[in-house]
Structure formats: structure tokens, C-alpha cells
Design a protein around this ligand. Sequence first.
Ligand SMILES: NC(=O)c1ccc[n+]([C@@H]2O[C@H](COP(=O)([O-])OP(=O)(O)OC[C@H]3O[C@@H](n4cnc5c(N)ncnc54)[C@H](O)[C@@H]3O)[C@@H](O)[C@H]2O)c1
Length: 471
Amino acid sequence: MKRKDFLKLSSASAMLFGLKSHGIGLSDSQKKYDYLENDSQYMGDFAAPKINKVRVAFIGVGARGSGHAKQIAAIEGTEVVGICDLYEDLAEKSSYICQEIGNGKRHKNIAIYSGSDNKWRGMLNDIKPDAVFISTNWDNHAPMAIETMKSGAHAFVEVPMATTIKDLWDIVNTSEKTRKHCMMMENVNYGRDELMYLNMCRKGVIGEFLHAEAAYIHELRFQMKEENRGTGSWRTHHYAKSKGNLYPTHGLGPVAQYMNLARGDDNFNSLVSYSTPALGRKLYAEKNYDSQHKWNKLNYSNGDMNTSLIKTNLGRTIMIQWDETSPRPYTRHNLIQGTKGVLAGFPTRVALENGVEGITKDHHSWVQGKNLKKLYEKYDHPLNKRLELLIEKMGGRNHVGHGGMDFVMRYRIIECLRKGEPLDQNVYEGCFWSAVTPLSANSIANNGEPQEFPDFTRGNWKKTKALKIIS
Ligand SMILES: NC(=O)c1ccc[n+]([C@@H]2O[C@H](COP(=O)([O-])OP(=O)(O)OC[C@H]3O[C@@H](n4cnc5c(N)ncnc54)[C@H](O)[C@@H]3O)[C@@H](O)[C@H]2O)c1
């Protein structure tokens, strides 16, 4: 299908989608999609005009969004202008914290929106923010990101970007037409080890890439205690209604950037997937809730552990696993194998064919624990070094979110917007990484049949620059 025809079809389906889910009139949605076709722009290395003071709004300030609000308010060059949550107390609490941080100088006029599902639309229209941070339940990400961009703001969306291929395409099309960023905020790419491994990969330390392993194995059954509001109240339903790998991006994002996927060298090609039986949630519900409780009425049909295998255009492989139910320590695997060695996570360890001077002779033993100091000294990412002082000022790595990665990500977002530079993660990367969920579901439904990745870049990944080592 030609790009022109595709865009028409996609716009039409987006209009239908708008009609179906939000009850908006056809003429409204037609107006919103009434962009000049040749106005669309490839967003791979897109840099938006500089914004000196970034006027920021938040949709969803629950467990995750409240952290975004608190830290974004503390970063130089931001002005918090709006906060929306279903729950007034949450919106008020975040507003109060931001005002405290502003210390009478910033964040003095924060508009609060709460009380019903669609208040965020009013916020976008009334206050016209520059950037909107979306940290709601998964099903809300796509409509909120799309409307955010249409309202003239850049969208920053929590993981995953969206849960269906159609929504991912609608996000890409809207970003290209509005020329607004839509970044899925994959914080793990900003972890200290992940940034160091990116640096080592760029320096050729492990040679040519062959294979990676990624995961989100995190036992989260306790979230079911949040029965009426909070993460468990919506996420628990996904173990019943959804299929496949429901949370692929924390593991996949970093290894995809090590491998330069969708950025010049190589791209996502296809995926096969299988899941285990679904047992753990049912057992947990039976053990902890009475037989009439809503958690005992769900049919937990999504297998406890999902294992998918991605093949890239160059024939490299990525094994990606997901399990939020089984008793087991946390891991994201974070492994990349090259022709000269391997970098791995959980625990952090490195093995190189020629060894690491003074520590290992060859690849038959790991450099790990205290011995990693030498590698951090040599390969720590310059961004980590640059921001270390700021992180210390904010209370140290244990106080700025997931060992520092949250702060580094938020800081980079604001920095890029203020300098008018491309973001570290483009809209296509967020879509490729999130596409694992619907593709794994399709593969499982078809007895492990390979599923082709849509090329969200329409071939433009070949001219997209690798993410450079930002200093
Ligand atoms: N990157 C990370 O490390 C990380 C960590 C935790 C959660 N997350 C992601 O963050 C997102 C939010 O998760 P959470 O754990 O904070 O959930 P949560 O339930 O605690 O917070 C979601 C908030 O969104 C609000 N909300 C929902 N619909 C809304 C609407 N129509 N209008 C306004 N507000 C609305 C809810 O009231 C709630 O306060 C999810 O996508 C999750 O995957 C990411």
C-alpha cells in the first residue's frame, strides 16, 4: 500500500476509533485530522524548536506519575501548569508538592482537573501546555497521547506506549502530522549499568552483536491488594483479559539501543512466542480472598511466564521473557552477546575473550562484584558522570527513582526540549518495543507462528542515526 493511501486509511480508522471510544462528533475528529498530507514528517531524528521554560502538565499522578511531577518540578526550566487525576486528593497532593518545590518562585498557578474520565481533555484545551506526562493505566495511553499531540503539546507516555498495533500506528501518524514528540519513557535505558553497556557496545568491546536477552520478571502479586484504586485495581484485569508479554519494554529498550535497532544498522523483523499455563494468580486469589471476591471471579488466562524470540533483519536474536506472578527474584536479564564477549545483568557481570587486565584471563570467568570498579572507571557513561553531582544534591541514587535512572531520564527530557535537540528515544522505538505485546498475543493464538513487526518507520530507520553517547 502506498504511504498516501495508508495515511488516508489510518486517519479514517483513527476517526472511527475516536468515535467509538470517546463519543466525539465526526466533524470534530475530521477537523483534528485535517492536516496537509505532505506536511507529515519523519520523526526519527526530529528536533523541535527550543522551549526556554517548559510548561508541563501531568495526566495520572498515582504511584508513577506523582514521582514524575515531583522531580520534573525540581528540574531547572520547568513550570508545572496543570495536574489531572481521577482522584482529587492525588492531584491536590502532587500540586502541593510541586508548589513546595517551587518555593514561591515557580509552579504557583497549577490548575487541577479531577473527578471524571475526560477532565484531561479540558486541561489540554484550557492551559495548552508544552509537554504532557501521561502515567495512567495502559488502555488510556494511546488516546491521551494522541490528543496531547493534537492539542499542540509533546507527549511523554509511560510504558508501554500502547497495547494494540492500530493504536501504535495512530500514535506514529499523529506524531508525524503534528510534528510533536511522543516519547515512551523507558527509564531503564538510563540505568547506570545500561548506559555503561551502551558505551561499551559503541566502543566495540564485545565485537559484533549476535544475541540479547531481556526480561521483566518481577513478582507483583501483592498489587492485588489495591482492590479499588491504584495499580492493582486495573493491572490485575490484564492477567485475565490480555495475552502474551504484557510488559516488554524495560528489558527490550536497553538491548535494542545496544544493537542500534531501528537506527541505521538493523531492525526488528519477526517474533515467535509461547506462554506457560496460567496458574499463579488463581492460586494467589484463592489463598488470599474469599470465594466471592472479585479476584476469584476472574479467569486468569494469560500464561504466568511468556517467552518470545525476536529475529532482527540481520538474523540476530533477542530472547525476551515476562513474568509478574511466579515466586522468584527480580531480573531484567540485560544480556548482550557479541563475537568478543558478553555483558550481562542481575547480577552485573562481564566476560571478555581477551579478559580484563588484572582481573580475568579470558571469557571463561566473569568480572563481577568489587572487580567491576575497574570497568566503571573505564566505561561509565559520560552522562552518569555529568549528572552524579546533581543526583547527590537530590539525595543520592537511592532517592531519585530506581537507582537514579528516573532522574537521568527526566533530566534529559527537559534538557532536550530546552535545547531543541532530538530526544534519546524516538516515537518509533517506543512503538517497536511496545509492539511485542500484541505480536506475542498473535503468535500464541496461532500456535507460535512467526509474527512480522510492522515497520513503523516505513523504511526510514535506515537513515536514522544511532543514539550517540551524550556527554
Ligand atoms: N517506568 C516505570 O518504572 C514504571 C513504574 C511503575 C508504573 N509504570 C507505568 O506507569 C503507569 C501508571 O502506573 P501506576 O502504577 O502509577 O498506576 P496508578 O493506578 O497508581 O496510577 C494511575 C493514575 O492514573 C489516573 N487515571 C486513570 N484514568 C484517568 C483519567 N481518565 N483521567 C485522569 N487520571 C486518570 C488514576 O486515577 C491513577 O491515579 C502505567 O503505564 C505503568 O505501566 C512505569
